[in-house]
Design a protein around this ligand. Structure first.
Ligand SMILES: [Fe+2]
Ligand SMILES: [Fe+2]
Length: 187
């Protein structure tokens, strides 16, 4: 599937808004753990399932398409783009670690609160910092490219996957997560 670069950029912005909601929900659960309360492990697991399957496997490859266009069209404005790949990798690894922690808890394995808090905090901090860099710097440069060029199309056929939580076809397995998102926006 081919789409306009400007539409891809809008989709990526939207993904960031949704990922921020996930991190806000995750943050609240980390607070519960810190306070010695029992968190909603099912919710944490759903958040991590979404972030490791949709964000890592669809959002980041779509960004790679955007950044490849920037490199090709504006090599002089491609400063820092080499750093994106290692950061995506780091985010995926930290996410996997946290997801494994939560799955270990579910299977009855001992995972300390300190470890959960530390792994979740590392993940939240790293992903927030990465998204802020993209929003404040990389996406601004992309916007300049979009505004100054003729209509540019990009091929996203390989990553044309619907968002299972915020997209048109929501997956039923995310029911609990969707309810928490609703509660968050009404609180
Ligand atoms: Fe990224
Ligand atoms: Fe991103």
């Amino acid at each position: 599937m081919t789409i306009l670069l400007t539409d891809l950029l809008n989709d990526l912005h939207e993904d960031h808004r949704n990922m921020s909601i996930m991190l806000d929900l995750l943050d609240r659960q980390v607070e519960h753990i810190r306070d010695g309360e029992r968190p909603d492990y099912e919710l944490i697991h759903d958040i991590m399932r979404y972030l490791t399957t949709y964000s890592d496997a669809v959002h980041h490859p779509k960004e790679d398409v955007l950044y490849a266009s920037m490199r090709k069209e504006r090599p002089e404005a491609a400063k820092g783009l080499d750093q994106v790949g290692p950061e995506h990798l780091e985010i995926a690894e930290l996410g996997e670690t946290l997801r494994n922690d939560v799955e270990a808890v579910a299977s009855g394995a001992p995972v300390t609160r300190e470890r959960l808090v530390e792994d979740a905090s590392d993940y939240i901090r790293t992903l927030r910092r990465h998204m802020a860099w993209e929003e404040d710097d990389l996406f601004r440069r992309a916007k300049e490219l979009v505004n100054s060029e003729r209509e540019m199309f990009v091929d996203i056929s390989n990553f044309d996957t619907l968002d299972p939580v915020f997209g048109l076809e929501r997956q039923h397995s995310y029911e609990n997560l969707l309810q928490n998102i609703k509660n968050l926006s009404s609180s």
